[in-house]
Design a binder for this molecule. Structure first.
Ligand code: SF4
Ligand code: SF4
Length: 456
């Protein structure tokens, strides 16, 4: 999970709702930059850790200024404006707060600032041209600069919510392949393809940077076979384009790695020295911008869709913008009953009033209703087992969760669960299977880290 501001999970939803008719599929030929001038709520927590803020709450800041940091994660100002606390502030002086509020007072000033920054970056980096197949500098010093720039940009790996710089440091020399995943989770969530279509050079450059940095053997681009990909450009960058099925849950990183293993494009046995890193085109673009243009990760491309959205599309949104404001820009027809962050099968229901666009937010669906009815007892039909792509026994796992036998779950490989939500969808008794599996995984997590500490 990423950075949230007082996010409340809607308990009426726990994944497993397949809604192919959630409204129109967003067009892939336009990206709308959101002109939002209201308050930005910058959360002070990432991955459960507090961000230390050492600023005067009434101080003015410029776009890109560092507001706070924690263990590799940087919080930067997405716009120029005044800082103000909401409720209580957590600062070096020890007061507490949920989020920091950035009041945008002068938008033209913010734009001038970023324009000046861009032109000085271009001048500085004009000699650092990245060409297909090569990247400037492979020395240790260049390596350190790349890492520093990624850290300074404040880029976060979306799946884990970890700072990317930390992840890269750990994985350097231990990664066999870096995979750009442009397979949409569902037809309506075509944001990854849109990013590739709009900024192909940036995506390919970002992938090349990561491949060189990690000293990986391969750079792969996984794309849905029915999409018209310009393979020549990929080849020019020495990137192997791998067509895969677009069928759910292929877009999930675990499922993708499994497919690549079956095709022997990555090592079939997972070892610590031979891992596969799956990244999104959005992250690759941020890497390219950070390394070659010294730009910061201050905004996200968010796909907004759903049967209550009049203008489904791709919106470039400043980090910290309340979801409810984003939904207004997308012209919701009425107050949505359910707002899902992520896909309809395995996304998370959120309270739009209390959630902001964070470093991990990729898509939002505003839905009128969910077709789930009351849950009944398990009738042992076995459908969940038949349809599980991880080939585990979801019904058994659910029983373990209900009886608190979390450790028994390890015996049937609970960690191989992709959290795709198919079991919950297929279950004729409407049982919240995926939610129970998530509970088991969470319960087992602290023990895992304790084990690691013990081995050291
Ligand atoms: S057990 Fe996990 S992988 Fe299998 S169907 Fe359920 S959510 Fe998907
Ligand atoms: S699909 Fe539902 S009812 Fe059927 S075995 Fe699985 S948990 Fe039980």
């Amino acid at each position: 999970m990423g950075l949230r501001s007082g996010c409340k999970i809607d308990t009426d939803f726990s994944g497993g709702i397949y809604l192919p008719a959630v409204g129109a599929v967003p067009a892939m030929d336009s990206i709308e930059t959101v002109e939002y001038v209201g308050d930005l709520f910058l959360p002070l927590e990432v991955d459960g850790r507090e961000i230390a803020v050492e600023v005067n709450p009434d101080k003015s800041v410029c776009q890109g200024d560092i507001l706070g940091r924690t263990d590799g994660y940087l919080l930067r100002a997405p716009r120029s404006g005044d800082l103000a606390g909401r409720r209580k502030i957590r600062t070096s002086r020890g007061r507490r707060c949920d989020s920091l509020v950035l009041r945008i007072k002068n938008r033209s000033e913010a734009e001038n600032h970023s324009e000046a920054e861009k032109s000085s970056d271009q001048a500085e980096h004009s000699e650092d041209a990245l060409v297909p197949g090569g990247i400037v500098g492979s020395s240790e010093a260049a390596h350190a600069i790349v890492l520093q720039k990624i850290e300074q940009a404040g880029i976060v790996e979306e799946c884990s919510g970890q700072p990317l710089a930390k992840l890269l440091e750990r994985q350097s020399g231990k990664t066999y392949a870096v995979v750009a995943n442009v397979v949409p989770l569902e037809e309506t969530l075509n944001g990854p393809l849109t990013i590739l279509q709009f900024w192909p050079e940036q995506v390919y450059a970002g992938l090349t940077i990561l491949k060189k940095f990690l000293a990986a053997d391969r750079a792969l681009l996984a794309w849905p076979h029915n999409f018209a990909l310009d393979k020549r450009t990929a080849r020019a960058w020495e990137i192997r384009a791998v067509p895969v099925s677009g069928k759910y849950p292929q877009g999930r990183p675990d499922a993708l790695v499994r497919t690549l293993r079956k095709r022997r494009l990555v090592p079939t046995r997972k070892t610590k020295e031979n891992s596969t890193l799956v990244v999104t085109p959005q992250l690759l673009r941020q890497v390219e911008r950070a390394v070659l243009a010294d730009s910061f990760a201050l905004e996200r491309l968010v796909t907004v869709c759903g049967d209550m959205v009049k203008k489904p599309g791709h919106y470039l949104v400043p980090i910290g913008m309340p979801l409810v404001e984003l939904l207004k820009q997308a012209e919701i027809t009425a107050q949505p009953h359910h707002v899902i962050s992520g896909c309809s099968l395995a996304g998370k229901a959120v309270d739009a009033e209390q959630t902001v666009v964070d470093q991990c937010c990729e898509s939002v669906m505003a839905l009128h209703r969910l077709p789930r009815t009351a849950a009944h007892h398990c009738i042992r039909c076995g459908w969940c087992i038949d349809f599980c792509p991880a080939q585990i026994d979801p019904a058994q796992l659910m029983q373990f969760a209900e009886t608190g036998q979390y450790h028994q779950a390890n015996e049937i490989a609970v960690n191989t669960c992709l959290e795709c939500g198919i079991c919950s969808y297929i279950c004729p008794s409407n049982l919240r299977i995926m939610e129970n599996i998530q509970i088991i995984k969470r319960k087992l997590q602290p023990d895992k880290s304790a084990g690691k500490r013990g081995r050291k």
